[in-house]
Design a protein around this ligand. Structure first.
Ligand code: PFF
Length: 448
């Protein structure tokens, strides 16, 4: 991507950058623990259903809006409906990027720290690690610094090339770990938990968790795909690109579960341990596996790279907004936004035991969020705000911009889309906003 308004060098460049944004901690850290908390296989099915019926068709809308306007989320909305209240929907996306990055960067910092912990064989207790204020704040700072340096310098040379090499290696490593985990004694029970649905486990909160996870994992609902879509040329096929992004993203998440659940049951651990799940199970797996510390070091390194291609995209949305709309210099504003994000991320970093106040920060009811500050941020920005943003953006695209106009943009580069566009217009105008709306209402216990 160019620092000025450029274009991706190729379709593959765009698909890799967008898949790089989508694939991250959401797949390997968040997906397994959300599945564990929500009862396993039934949730996985619901998740896949939401990816296909809501995530994908909604992704078309964001990409179309971005490519047609060639702008950030606020600019894109303004270019269609000038100076209306709708621009606040873009503004919500910009804020959501900062909100997500503020806690995501903390977890990315843990991942980074685990590279060294595994390499030195000094794995210790996860709880001791995350409750050490100096370590977590330092790692968070280091990760934010690396992210900022890359967004500062432009994304194309370094990160695009490296992710093209490293992401396939991550894939192969996951395949190896799936094989190993499923040969452990007692792993079959984990596989059953993960793959044999029990539909009585589905509740209103489960529905929002599945929908929120689908949006989070595919980087939807905050205008990231508007921003990345704005760098795509008119010749590219947005539909097939979106399919590939959704497919890779879902595949990696499903694969992570195929490691975690068999391993977890084999070790007699509890699947509903929450955000610590992956950081407890993977190190245990590496400790008992032959050559495990080397494999583990490599694993956390690749996971850090996956997280990095996501933090870059999270920072890129507010930066693109400031550069386009406020006419500030990219190289200055990057540091300002990153520093601001770091400061509001400090409570999240301290909320895993370092500060009693932020660790027991219970404002939201327990059925919505875990009782710590990070859990609150994750629910507020990662679940609620993405779903709410997607609700408003689908109405904007379907009704204000118009389904027909959006469909015309999508046809450019994918002429066959014309044949299915009536269905898509129906989905973006009615189906998607109505489903999201009902799930959001359900949050307030309306249907209970
Ligand atoms: N999709 C990323 C993940 O699964 O780790 C997180 C994310 C990145 C969410 C960018 C939203 C976003 F705009």
């Amino acid at each position: 991507m160019d620092n000025n308004r450029g274009q991706w060098s190729s379709k593959i460049g765009f698909v890799f950058a967008a898949a790089g944004s989508a694939i991250g901690l959401g797949n390997i850290w968040r997906f397994p623990y959300v599945v564990g908390e929500n009862g396993g296989a039934a949730f996985v099915l619901l998740y896949i259903l939401f990816v296909i019926l809501i995530g994908l068709p909604y992704m078309f809308a964001e990409l179309a809006l971005g490519r047609s306007s060639q702008k950030n989320p606020v600019g894109a909305i303004n270019s269609i409906k000038q100076d209306s209240l709708w621009k606040w929907v873009g503004g919500l996306g910009v804020l959501t990027g900062i909100g997500i990055l503020s806690f995501y960067g903390v977890i990315a910092g843990w991942t980074f720290g685990y590279i060294f912990k595994t390499a030195t064989g000094n794995l210790g207790e996860f709880g001791d690690f995350v409750s050490n204020p100096f370590i977590v704040l330092l790692l968070f700072a280091v990760f934010m610094f690396i992210t900022t340096m890359i967004v500062y310098g432009g994304v194309e040379r370094g990160i695009e090339r490296w992710s093209k090499i490293l992401m396939p290696i991550l894939f192969i490593l996951l395949v190896g770990l799936i094989i190993y985990a499923n040969t452990l004694e007692g792993s079959g029970e984990g596989l059953a938990f993960y793959l044999q649905p029990d539909f009585s486990k589905i509740t209103g909160r489960t529905m929002l968790a599945a929908l929120g996870q689908a949006f989070f994992s595919m980087s939807l609902g905050m205008g990231l795909m508007i921003t990345y879509g704005s760098y795509v040329s008119k010749k590219e096929n947005l539909i097939s690109s979106a399919f590939l992004i959704g497919l890779f993203d879902t595949l990696i998440a499903i694969m992570a579960g195929l490691i975690i659940f068999p391993a977890l049951f084999a070790m007699g651990e509890n699947p509903s341990a929450g955000p610590s799940l992956v950081f407890v199970i993977f190190p245990k797996l590496f400790t008992q596996m032959p050559g495990g510390l080397i494999v583990g070091t490599f694993f956390f390194l690749l996971l850090s790279v996956a997280a990095l291609t996501s933090t870059i995209s999270l920072l890129e949305v507010p930066v693109a907004y400031m550069v386009d709309e406020k006419k500030v210099k990219r190289k200055k504003i990057v540091w300002v936004v990153a520093l601001f994000t770091y400061i509001i991320g400090i409570p999240s970093a301290l909320s895993q035991g370092a500060s009693g106040f932020f660790t027991e920060f219970s404002i939201l009811p327990d059925r919505l969020s875990s009782p710590d500050f990070l859990g609150h941020m994750s629910f507020l920005w990662g679940d609620f705000s993405l779903a709410f943003g997607a609700f408003l953006l689908s109405i904007f695209v379907g009704w204000v911009w118009g389904g027909e106009n959006a469909a015309r943009e999508l046809e450019s580069g994918s002429p066959f889309f014309a044949r299915t566009k009536t269905i898509w217009i129906f989905m973006i105008r009615y189906f998607i906003p109505i489903v999201i709306f009902m799930i959001l209402l359900n949050l307030f216990g309306i249907f209970d």
